[in-house]
Design a binder for this molecule. Structure first.
Ligand code: SF4
Length: 332
């Protein structure tokens, strides 16, 4: 982590965020149903750090990112960016904040207009955020191409003329074009080959150091998360189950779900044995999540209390928060 990070001054605060999606009724007799994609979560993001969100598909990690960006309007709760409430912002004020919080998606091609050259794409991004007068942009575009390791003449090319890794570099250039403070990387390297993944991750780290960027890194890939994160937040069925510094989380996980996730990482050191914890059953439906601890239907340590009482996220060590009634006992 960058040594200038001030742990006491979050750049972004997510407070009691709920993101529910109502389902369409098949008939008027059917009761109203909602998907509880994110259900009352709170966390902080500190300037200059990389906080990763991990969990199985459907745990709410991407929905959390979309809520912060207001691509989905939060059902309730608050999101403060430098103290400004994002859900309360009117559309015209939201546009300014969108420059401060950018996103890189898994499939950069889907978010690049195939009919526009890279020059036009960067120019448009700067137009929307009113970054630099037109006559000052040439130099900036050349800088951006250099930052992401692409040749200046590529500015005249169209997206289909680039490889997957190059397109992701273009996605990063477009995000950087508007001078963001936070970049949300939503499965940003998941579609790339392992060697290209490593190049893009190293590029992101370099850019973070050079421009003091803050990353919210959403991924299902724990090897990638281990490489890039300062802190890691684990989600299960719309809830946060554990947040800790990366080293702590990977070396001493406390929540049974985190332990199961980590046990699935292949071990390269032959002397070390990694006992795989196989979870029973499937992830329950977010329409009617289990009572008490949402993980109790799959947890090997579940008790009656777990079925009845929801565990709160408790501080069990420096920067280590866990939502399990028996986390301390299970560590012994
Ligand atoms: Fe398992 Fe109970 Fe802990 Fe939930 S609270 S993780 S069910 S032991």
């Amino acid at each position: 982590m960058n040594s200038t990070i001030k742990k006491d001054s979050p750049i972004l605060q997510v407070i009691d965020l709920k993101q529910y999606f109502p389902l369409k009724k098949e008939s008027f007799l059917q009761p109203k149903q909602v998907v509880k994609a994110v259900d009352n979560i709170s966390f902080e993001l500190f300037a200059g750090e990389t906080l990763s969100i991990v969990g199985e598909s459907g745990c709410g990690k991407s929905t959390t990112g979309r809520s912060i960006l207001r691509l989905d309007e939060p059902t309730s709760g608050d999101i403060l960016f430098k103290g400004i409430s994002l859900p309360s912002l009117k559309k015209k004020d939201l546009r300014d904040v969108r420059g401060d919080i950018q996103v890189i998606f898994q499939d950069p091609y889907a978010s690049l207009n195939p009919r526009r050259t890279i020059r036009q794409m960067l120019d448009e991004a700067m137009d929307i955020q009113r970054v630099l007068p037109k006559n000052k942009r040439e130099e900036r575009m050349l800088e951006l191409m250099s930052y992401v390791g692409l040749r200046p003449e590529y500015l005249e090319r169209y997206p289909h003329e680039f490889s997957g890794g190059q397109r992701q570099r273009l996605g990063i250039a477009r995000a950087l074009a508007v001078n963001p403070e936070i970049i949300i990387c939503d499965e940003a390297v998941s579609a790339l080959d392992v060697s290209i993944q490593a190049q893009i991750l190293n590029l992101l780290k370099k850019l973070q150091r050079d421009f003091h960027l803050t990353f919210l890194f959403i991924s299902h890939d724990l090897s990638v998360v281990r490489h890039i994160s300062d802190r890691v937040m684990v989600m299960y069925l719309g809830k946060i189950v554990e947040i800790a510094d990366k080293k702590k989380l990977f070396e001493s996980p406390m929540h049974p779900y985190t332990k199961a996730l980590l046990s699935a990482i292949p071990v390269t050191d032959k002397k070390k044995k990694n006992e795989r914890i196989i979870l029973k059953g499937d992830v329950p439906s977010p329409i009617s999540p289990p009572s008490g601890c949402r993980f109790h239907t799959r947890c090997p340590f579940a008790t009656v209390k777990c079925k009845e009482v929801e565990p709160l996220l408790r501080n069990l060590g420096p920067n280590h928060f866990v939502a399990c009634h028996f986390a301390e006992e299970l560590m012994q």
